[in-house]
Design a protein around this ligand. Structure first.
Ligand code: PMP
Length: 281
């Protein structure tokens, strides 16, 4: 398949410099953009978040967002991608290995590729289980950086326990999940952790909040505890491409009826109609 490398569409090859700062320090930022029937979903929102993440680590993006958009659309076409994702990352570039930023002559390295991936409609409809694990990440989880080791360890724990996600908590407070945001429904109202330094403000999360405002589901961007999570009527997680997944059990505790909830179903239906609109306009 083809990849995007420094602004050019080329064949995939082993092009990573062993002193690339992404490779050695995780010194870079990334985005994952969903593609539905050949159409990238909410690309502008993802690119704006990339710009923000880059700014927070003092990395100047080497292309304008316009130019990123153009190149990524070209990549999707070159790979004839129908269903899947675009992975885009920008590292601080390759330079002799010293912790401090390299000199001005070192250009950030932009790479992107696509991966074909089926839609996850079955797990979105049927739901899955989650495990709980302590959130051991740093205090800038709002930046989408390449440093994902705590997330990797958390997701591994989930998979080893037959769960779809690991829900993270800092002490008593639920933050998010290893690769998704977490929502609970109690008495018809929605709660999710506020978008601050403790979570990544998911693009899917923001869309879900917008949907709730539109269909008059009360939303509270407020913290809640592990006990409140376990006592919720419904729990669901949101992320790019897996959209909305109902969580039916957390660490062996059944949530609500143990079946995907009505409020979650309503939101999922609205979300799918947004995708349908994208694909058919
Ligand atoms: N939180 C974390 C830690 C993530 O890695 C992700 C992305 N997979 C999300 C939340 C969800 O963000 P988005 O909806 O933008 O994919």
């Amino acid at each position: 398949s083809k990849i995007l490398f420094d602004g050019q569409i080329i064949d995939r090859d082993n092009l990573v410099d062993i002193e690339d700062r992404g490779y050695q320090f995780g010194d870079g930022v990334y985005e994952v953009i969903g593609v539905y029937e050949g159409r990238p979903f909410m690309m502008d929102e993802h690119l704006h978040r990339l710009k923000r993440s880059a700014g927070e680590i003092q990395l100047n993006l080497p292309f304008s967002l316009e130019e990123f958009r153009r190149q990524l659309n070209q990549l999707v076409k070159a790979n004839h991608l129908d269903e899947g994702i675009i992975y885009l990352q920008v590292t601080r570039g390759a330079a002799s290995r010293w912790h401090e930023f390299p000199g001005r002559g070192v250009r950030p390295k932009v790479t992107a590729y696509t991966r074909a991936e089926e839609r996850m409609t079955q797990v979105e409809d049927q739901g899955g289980h989650a495990v709980l694990t302590e959130d051991i990440r740093w205090l800038r989880c709002d930046i989408k950086t390449l440093n994902l080791l705590p997330n990797v360890l958390a997701k591994q724990k989930a998979v080893e326990n037959g769960a779809v996600e690991a829900i993270l908590h800092r002490g008593d407070t639920v933050t998010e999940a290893s690769a998704s945001n977490v929502f609970i429904v109690k008495n018809g109202e929605l709660f999710t952790h506020p978008a601050n330094n403790y979570i990544l403000n998911g693009i899917t999360r923001q869309k879900v909040l917008e949907i709730c405002r539109k269909i008059n589901i009360p939303v509270h961007e407020q913290t809640y505890t592990v006990d409140e999570l376990l006592a919720a009527d419904e729990v669901f997680v949101t992320a790019t491409k897996s959209d909305i997944i109902p969580i039916l059990e957390v660490d062996g505790n059944q949530i609500g009826s143990g079946k995907p909830g009505a409020t979650t179903g309503q939101i999922l239906k609205q979300f799918r109609s947004l995708i349908h609109e994208l694909v058919h306009t």
